[in-house]
Design a protein around this ligand. Structure first.
Ligand SMILES: [Zn+2]
Length: 376
């Protein structure tokens, strides 16, 4: 993988990541495709949106249809027919969000399948083996994530465990790379480490020190944010955490967030994002526009012949009115989910593209202020 930093404006960065399935220009937003599918869409829609990378879920795909099945069918790309890149998360977040069905131990995470109750054990190596099978372009390594607020002891434990697991992961990945080399092949999968430490500067420093001392990861993520803390505290945490990460590697803020969160994070030097918000909110009737959010269920759209967003050039806005989307939503029509998801993703992808353009021109501050005013 190759990462080139093209321009820095303040702390905001524009760059390019070269991966096995095409180039990703940053800042970038990655739609969430948990089951190797972005809900309500297929990959023709994503290509139309010019989406270079999608996030898929290691835990879910391991349980169903299983990574072995995906491997037999040619990995995620051939299985789903999305020819561009996949990033897969590690299962750490699922361990956190599935609560009672999970036990975190020194060596890994024991969990009970939410599908059939069967018991499974994720170790750092096991997670990578699953991700090699999926053939993901960017593999997140196993981490121990805690919800906030949490005790200092628990956060410290999470850092130590995450560091221990990161070390196991990078050693195993280095070994794999060598193995491939000896066979005259090249391993095209890349690994990202995950910085933990809640909202405490000292802890984030400790985590960054651990991770950067154990060798070179291809990129660094910031985990454990947007898990219950106030927004301002998240922004403040980013302000002191981002500079702790290597400058010459992509920085990825996991699971965040609103348009405001994204622009605030870009402002502080983050390059990559993912979040269920654009697609989930679309399905629930919340539409993101250049003029703020709107709720399509509102009866004020009953006779509104305008597109969802007059500044948007997506398929939905080019062809359909607010009145029609309002009607589809009210009638519970399937097509509503697709059309609204296309629009919200188009909005998020344009937001990061606009940010990139502005950074390249040295005008990011102006865009930042504009978004902050609309999404305050
Ligand atoms: Zn649109």
């Amino acid at each position: 993988m190759e990462f080139n930093l093209q321009k820095i404006d303040g702390e905001a960065r524009a760059g390019s990541i070269k991966l096995a399935h095409g180039e990703v220009l940053t800042p970038i937003f990655m739609p969430v495709g948990t089951q190797a599918s972005v809900k309500a869409l297929d990959f023709k829609d994503l290509l139309e949106l010019d989406c270079p990378i999608v996030l898929a879920n290691t835990y879910h795909l391991y349980l169903r249809p299983s990574d072995e099945v995906v491997a037999k069918l040619g990995g995620l790309h051939n299985f789903s027919k999305f020819p561009r890149n996949f990033l897969t998360d590690s299962g750490g977040f699922q361990a956190f969000s599935l609560g009672g069905n999970v036990k975190v131990q020194e060596e890994g995470i024991v969990f009970k399948s939410h599908i059939d109750g069967s018991k499974h054990f994720f170790t750092p190596k096991k997670v990578l083996d699953i991700e090699y099978n999926l053939n993901s372009d960017i593999m997140m390594i196993l981490d121990d994530l805690v919800g906030l607020p949490a005790s200092k002891e628990r956060i410290k434990e999470s850092i130590n465990r995450t560091s221990l697991w990161a070390k196991e992961a990078i050693e195993y990945h280095t070994f794999k790379k060598e193995q491939f080399k000896n066979e005259g092949r090249e391993l095209s999968n890349n690994i990202f480490a995950i910085n933990q430490g809640g909202t405490d500067r000292e802890f984030r420093e400790m985590s960054a020190r651990d991770l950067t001392s154990m060798g070179e990861f291809d990129g660094y993520a910031i985990g454990g944010l947007a898990v219950g803390e106030p927004n301002e505290l998240m922004y403040e945490t980013l302000s002191f955490t981002v500079p702790l990460l290597p400058k010459n590697k992509p920085r990825y803020l996991m699971g965040v967030g609103t348009p405001r969160d994204i622009i605030e994070a870009i402002y502080r030097g983050v390059d990559m994002f993912d979040c269920v918000m654009p697609t989930r909110n679309a399905r629930n009737g919340t539409i993101f526009t250049h003029f703020g959010k709107l709720s399509i269920k509102s009866s004020r759209f009953k006779l509104d012949d305008n597109p969802l967003d007059s500044k948007c050039s997506c398929y939905t806005c080019q062809n359909f009115s607010r009145a029609y989307l309002h009607h589809l939503f009210r009638a519970g029509e399937m097509s509503y989910f697709r059309l609204s998801s296309i629009h919200n993703l188009a909005f998020y992808l344009k937001l990061v593209r606009d940010a990139r353009e502005a950074i390249l021109k040295g005008e990011f501050r102006r865009l930042y202020q504009e978004i902050c005013e609309i999404y305050n």
